[in-house]
Design a binder for this molecule. Structure first.
Ligand SMILES: C[S@@+](CC[C@H](N)C(=O)[O-])C[C@H]1O[C@@H](n2cnc3c(N)ncnc32)[C@H](O)[C@@H]1O
Length: 241
């Protein structure tokens, strides 16, 4: 399955930014990036796992930080290198990080966590490479009535040979907020916080998207079960054994 994910992102690497770095896609990505950014220390050394074309790493860098991006797909990493060459871009798996212990102040991961077959291992690796007191924040599709139908939709997309970013049956996992909190705590993180975000979906037509964006803050604060992404964060304790 990992090979299938890699192949898929290699194939869509050239069109990825058209979806997430233009029009409503850019606005959507900016929104989730802010949610993740708000939970991380600024100006530190960041590892972005499943960095794709480097969209979040670039934002972190614009705020004065340094960033290393790691991704399974050489095609996506190639695009990230084109975005800005003067950063470390690494082809590799988020479940086996090729970095020494306590190297980073922050770890992020956007729209990639659902692909990890061994989320415990990804989180264990993340806490290992974080310095004591370092923070992790990620954003991923949560488990709800929308994502329940996605595997079937993905299979249909494959049958119809639709070339869509993220479309395919890759054995993704969608977690509830409680499951995500358990995963973080089990890995040893403290100050664990999980909330829901995103009501405006990038597939919506522009006017509908704009409307959904307007009510998004209300949905996120008052009707969170209608929001489809999870934002989860935690901190490596100082006395971790
Ligand atoms: C939807 S894209 C998100 C990219 C980027 N984080 C963003 O926000 O634009 C998912 C990315 O996760 C990467 N990915 C999936 N499984 C991975 C794994 N096990 N290790 C590292 N990267 C992975 C894919 O190659 C792809 O680039």
């Amino acid at each position: 399955m990992t090979e299938k994910v890699r192949r898929h992102y290699d194939e869509v690497a050239e069109i990825y930014d058209l979806r997430y770095d233009k029009g409503v896609g850019r606005s959507y990505h900016a929104h989730i990036s802010e949610q993740v950014m708000a939970r991380l220390p600024q100006g530190g050394r960041l590892l972005d796992i499943g960095c794709g074309t480097g969209l979040f790493a670039e934002r972190y860098r614009q705020r004065g930080g340094r960033a290393v991006g790691l991704d399974l797909s050489p095609g996506m990493i190639g695009r990230a290198r084109n975005r800005f060459g003067n950063a470390d871009w690494v082809v590799g798996s988020g479940e086996t990080l090729p970095f020494r212990e306590a190297r980073f102040d922050a770890v992020s991961s956007l729209l990639a966590f659902s692909y990890f077959h061994d989320p415990d291992r990804m989180l264990a690796e993340s806490i290992r490479v974080l310095r004591p007191g370092g923070k992790i924040a990620l954003c991923t599709l949560g488990r709800n009535f929308l994502t329940a139908g996605l595997p079937a939709l993905h299979s249909l997309g494959e049958l119809a040979r639709v070339r869509q970013v993220g479309m395919g049956s890759f054995g993704e996992h969608y977690y509830s907020g409680a499951q995500m909190a358990d995963l973080f705590q089990h890995a040893g993180f403290i100050d664990v916080k999980v909330s829901r975000c995103s009501f405006a979906h990038l597939n919506l037509a522009r006017p509908v998207y704009e409307l959904a964006r307007k009510v998004e803050p209300l949905v996120e604060s008052r009707l969170p079960y209608l929001a489809f992404n999870l934002v989860a964060s935690g901190r490596r304790p100082h006395d971790r054994r």
